[in-house]
Design a protein around this ligand. Structure first.
Ligand code: GTP
Length: 332
């Protein structure tokens, strides 16, 4: 497997920009646009060619990532005129793929932070001879998700809509948003109209007897559907709970980026990121999943967890900001 499709488009409110003109995949996590972590993880797993399928604020991706060479990748960009859904977006970029008909192509959602062992998913795909292999994760409360039960060999037996009653919760396995497709299977997706992989492509494949293999990997997994999840994901990257080769610095309690000034006795904990242009004064304490970028935190101030301070905001000396007090991103 040397190529991948990364899905970063869509139409729903989940894709509303977190900050003005910043699509979610470009919102920084641990100091770099979130997408960088996914691209770097794919590269580390052997991917060389990536097609970025988008329908949304496409013009911000290419100027930043260019041809991908700074990440050791070759990146191509394809923009849908109208959002085509997950399956439609995959089909829409088929002509850009270079793999042979039987070769595996990695496909992943652009809003998931995970420690998935990508190579293991590809190995599972190859040893099982599946048409499509899916990363499945287990969740404590599966009510908000479509369920993916498997048999004793890991073969997918059904795709079930969100369960409405306790009896319908037949498994705690859910689709974790990363797949390996046999290249030729991509060509069977209808063209020119919206298609959902979960609601249409996968159930249709099952109905026609195709082999869909699930790989349960209960490693780190976080759906970045909310701003709070984003801040948590950033902190987990900084602290090394979520693995990524793209974190710009050592793993630890804090990440201080170039261009930031931090007083020697300031206490930074819990995966806090101090961005370029931020100044943290003497005696300041910043703890837990807080992002400071272009912010000034005065001497003796205390900034609690889950705050997001950006763009020239100034916290007065000695002020106390409780947990979750300030956010710049949208509520969606
Ligand atoms: P469908 O399966 O198409 O109904 O989408 P969904 O609502 O199940 O997908 P979800 O919103 O969970 O998005 C999964 C990933 O696919 C995210 O990374 C989205 O950015 C991406 N995505 C969703 N819809 C589209 C689309 O229409 N075009 C592209 N290029 N990407 C999409």
């Amino acid at each position: 497997m040397t190529e991948a499709i990364l899905l970063v488009g869509g139409k729903g409110t989940r894709l509303r920009p977190m900050t003005v003109n910043t699509p979610k995949p470009m919102v920084p996590a641990a100091g770099v646009p979130f997408l960088t972590h996914q691209l770097a993880r794919a590269r580390a797993a052997g991917v060389e060619h990536i097609v970025l399928a988008t329908s949304y604020l496409a013009e911000v991706f290419e100027p930043y990532f260019g041809d991908g060479s700074s990440l050791g990748l070759h990146i191509e960009y394809v923009t849908e005129r109208e959002p085509l859904g997950t399956g439609g977006a995959i089909r829409n970029v088929a002509s850009r793929l270079r793999s042979g008909p039987d070769e595996p192509v990695l496909i992943f959602n652009g809003d998931i932070l995970t420690g998935l062992d990508i190579r293991a998913l590809v190995d599972t795909h190859e040893t099982s001879g599946a048409d499509v292999s899916l990363h499945l994760t287990r969740v404590e409360d599966p009510r908000a998700f479509g369920l993916v039960p498997t048999d004793a060999t890991g073969r997918v037996t059904a795709f079930l809509e969100k369960p409405q009653t306790p009896e319908e919760i037949v498994t705690d396995q859910i689709n974790a948003g990363a797949y390996v497709f046999r290249r030729s299977v991509i060509d069977t997706i209808p063209t020119g109209r919206p298609v959902s992989v979960e609601r249409e492509t996968f159930p249709d494949l099952l109905a026609t007897g195709a082999h869909l293999q699930g790989m349960v990997d209960s490693t780190y997994w976080l759906d970045l559907g909310t701003p709070q999840a984003f801040v948590r994901g950033s902190a987990d990257l900084v602290m090394g709970r979520a693995p990524s080769p793209a974190v710009p610095g050592r793993r630890g309690d804090r990440l201080v980026l170039d261009g930031a000034t931090v007083a020697p006795d300031a206490k930074l904990t819990g995966g806090t990121v101090i961005g370029a242009g931020a100044t943290v004064g003497e005696g300041a304490r910043v703890d837990g999943s807080t992002v400071l970028a272009g912010a000034v935190v005065g001497d003796g101030a205390h900034v609690g967890a889950d705050n997001e301070l950006r763009d020239g905001v100034r916290v007065w000396c000695g002020a106390r900001l409780p947990d979750g007090a300030v956010r710049f991103s949208s509520d969606q």
